[in-house]
Design a protein around this ligand. Structure first.
Ligand SMILES: Cc1cc2nc3c(=O)[nH]c(=O)nc-3n(C[C@H](O)[C@H](O)[C@H](O)COP(=O)(O)O)c2cc1C
Length: 157
């Protein structure tokens, strides 16, 4: 299967999770591309509820892929505004298998995955259950290993 992992990561945790997922999917024989989203201007992180213009400069074309994985950090118990914007801008995902993933300090992963699943569903995607990893008060590497394997297995069914 041709798979795209598209993600937002400011401080590297979601990047690490994306790389873990890429490793597992590649080991299962999939062809995988990974894109870390970039914005024209730095994203304001101090007040996530304040509106801001987010201009993504490297948004990929979903039509090149059978499955797309969308990932980002949890910001204020929801997905970061960058991955929300990427999903909005992605256009129709009819016939595509999609799955959300997230990283967080401690809490909010389930709510973020719910939000992302709902958004991907409105685009016509077949949405599979996603996974989130936390990095506070736990072993982040083990979290990645466990959840990347779970995602790779779900995509490969
Ligand atoms: C603006 C902002 C809001 C955040 N809100 C939450 C939150 O609600 N719950 C949580 O557990 N972590 C929260 N975090 C921490 C990040 O979710 C966490 O560090 C994440 O792994 C960062 O991903 P990254 O390194 O890929 O950017 C927040 C971080 C920022 C910058």
């Amino acid at each position: 299967m041709k798979i795209l992992i598209v993600y937002h990561s400011e401080s590297g945790h979601t990047k690490a999770f994306a790389e873990g997922i890429l490793g597992k999917l590649t080991a299962l024989g999939h062809i995988v591309n990974s894109i870390r989203l970039e914005t024209a201007a730095p994203v304001k992180m101090k007040s996530v509820r304040e509106s801001q213009t987010i201009d993504i400069v490297n948004l990929p074309d979903p039509q090149d892929y059978d499955a797309l994985l969308f990932g980002g950090p949890v910001w204020a118990w929801g997905p970061s505004p960058v991955i929300i914007k990427a999903m909005h801008k992605m256009g129709k995902l009819t016939g595509k298998t999609c799955l959300p993933f997230a990283t967080m300090g401690f809490t909010g992963g389930k709510a973020a995955l719910r939000y992302m699943s709902r958004e991907l569903g409105t685009k016509g995607a077949k949405v599979l259950p996603g996974a989130s990893c936390r990095h506070m008060l736990c072993n982040f590497a083990e979290e990645i290993e466990k959840n990347a394997a779970k995602i790779a297995a779900a995509i490969s069914l």
